[in-house]
Design a protein around this ligand. Structure first.
Ligand SMILES: [Zn+2]
Length: 119
């Protein structure tokens, strides 16, 4: 398994793929959303193998460093992260972080990807 952890967007066409399908990261063909390997070009789709790692990392960040919004910065939600930072002294973001961490852990890798990584 040589999965590349870096999820890079930008090459993909602007239009959203039809429901249940997605664009191949390599050749741009429309393929099944759950396909790990593109049938057209045979390239493994980024993130399919590493979504679980991202989910675990985000959950750990939320539980351990949730007070500082670390998981929000990790997900690219910088504005929300700053709000967490501003209120970390109240302890509330820390509590929310733990709850969010548990939610991340309770989701499947695919659910997590769809909800938090593919915006
Ligand atoms: Zn392809």
């Amino acid at each position: 398994m040589s999965s590349d952890d870096s999820v890079t967007d930008g090459d993909q066409p602007g239009d959203p793929a039809p429901p249940g399908e997605k664009y191949c990261a390599e050749c741009g063909s429309i393929i099944n959303e759950k396909a790990e390997i593109c049938p057209e070009c045979g390239v493994r789709q980024p993130g399919m193998g590493s979504g679980g790692d991202e989910r675990l990392v985000t959950a750990l960040l939320a539980i351990l460093l949730g007070s500082f919004g670390a998981h929000k910065f990790y997900l690219g939600e910088n504005k929300v992260g700053v709000i967490y930072l501003c209120f970390f002294w109240t302890g509330i973001p820390g509590i929310i972080g733990i709850i969010e961490g548990v939610i991340y852990l309770s989701k499947s890798d695919e659910e997590f990807r769809r909800q938090y990584l593919e915006d």
